[in-house]
Design a protein around this ligand. Structure first.
Ligand code: IPM
Ligand code: MN
Length: 372
């Protein structure tokens, strides 16, 4: 097979800790380029609050167009208190929501993997989380985030009313369910579909559509159904019962933050946002940590860059067909943790904490030692 030697990346660090963790991720990208003898043509773009300040919009149309052209988009985080008072259509979060929608990226893959060295960091008992490996497949182009009608109105009696709509239709459900079933085929072959079919019509349709698709095309996979509230409880009680979880936009958002704490820190979870695959790789696709811009610690240089670095690994694997390099990056992360590298979010009381840059140094050191 003819391996490609040149890739174009659009890098969008965003706000808060976004630029801080992205800096470390880019050092890893640079290392991979040298090691694998491939060239990364990197374009930096401005999104989120930073773009509001510079251009008066959370994301420029040019940036969206560029994102459609490149091999992969690497995204940091957006948002912060400075922009919280803006109208919804102008808020930093629109940057990521538009990227997902305009690039037709409907499935957000959020792997929840517990690394051995962090067993003690998690607030959950070791036996509950040891060797945990599940993936949340979150639908991210529909549901409550995009449903119409939505808005804020004044009622006749003067009260203010905010409203949103949760909708899911056959095609939207089937395409994300296919991603989940396909993924399960390469894993333990169990898909748990999560909704509130007991109280919402959209949840009921979700359940029915997935069941029919399962009967038609995926009978080799075990399909389970679970209400979202129960799923939140089960994730803490016995997370190892899960292999692949597939769910809508809002439940996926909430459950993945919850699940991240099983791994020790919100700062550990990467994600890949993909659309329909083109052959063996996904293009376009977007890679981002699941954490936000963390304004409370931004600018202090103490954020954990692992989620952003692990997002690079997902990009190497899923979009660039650099599986070996993806594994090297993941191994380097685990090795550095095994040697005691801890940012503040991971350090136990009294343990010394590394800065963001020092954590990047630790990963790069392990990359070097893995190849010698
Ligand atoms: C996430 C984030 C985003 C979301 C925000 C920043 C819009 O929380 O990716 O989980 O809610 O989808
Ligand atoms: Mn979220």
């Amino acid at each position: 097979m003819n391996k490609r030697k040149k890739f174009s990346l659009l890098v969008l660090p965003g706000d808060g800790i976004g630029p801080e963790v992205m800096r470390e991720a880019l050092r890893v990208v640079e290392w991979v380029g040298q090691y694998a003898g491939v060239e990364f043509a990197i374009n930096l773009g401005t999104v989120g609050g930073a773009a509001i300040d510079a251009y008066g919009t959370p994301i420029q149309d040019e940036t969206i167009e560029e994102a459609k052209q490149v091999d992969a988009v690497l995204f940091g985080a957006v948002g912060g208190p400075r922009w919280e008072k803006l109208d919804f259509s102008l808020r930093p979060e629109i940057a990521i929501l538009r990227l997902r929608r305009d690039l037709s990226l409907f499935a957000n893959l959020r792997p929840v993997t517990v690394f051995d060295p962090l067993i003690e960091t998690s607030t959950i008992k070791p036996e509950v989380i040891r060797n945990l490996d599940l993936v949340i497949v979150r639908e991210c182009m529909g549901g409550l985030y995009f449903g119409e009608p939505r808005g804020i109105e004044t009622m006749p009696d003067g009260q203010t009313r905010g409203f949103n709509t949760e909708t899911y239709s056959t095609n939207e459900i089937e395409r994300v369910a296919r991603v989940a079933f396909d993924l399960a085929r390469r894993r333990r072959r169990i898909v748990c579909s999560v909704e509130k079919a007991n109280v919402t019509e959209s949840g009921l349709v979700w359940r029915q559509v997935i069941s029919k698709l399962h009967e038609r095309e995926f009978e080799d996979i075990e399909l389970r159904h679970m209400y979202a509230d129960n799923c939140a409880m089960q994730l803490v009680r016995n997370p190892k019962q899960f292999d692949v979880i597939v769910t809508g936009n809002i439940f996926g958002d909430i459950l993945s933050d919850l699940a991240s704490m099983l791994t020790g820190s919100l700062g550990m979870l990467p994600s890949a946002t993909i659309g329909s695959s083109t052959g063996d790789s996904f293009r376009p696709a977007l890679y981002e940590p699941i954490h936000g811009s963390a304004p409370d610690i931004a600018g202090k240089g103490i954020a954990n860059p692992m989620a952003q670095i692990l997002s690079v690994a997902m990009m190497l694997r899923l979009s660039l067909d650099l599986e070996k390099e993806a594994e090297l990056v993941e191994q380097a992360c685990i090795q550095s943790l095994a040697r005691g590298a801890r940012t503040a979010d991971l350090a136990l009381a009294g343990e010394p904490a590394l800065t963001t840059t020092e954590m990047g140094d630790a990963v790069l050191r392990e990359l070097e030692s893995l190849i010698t």
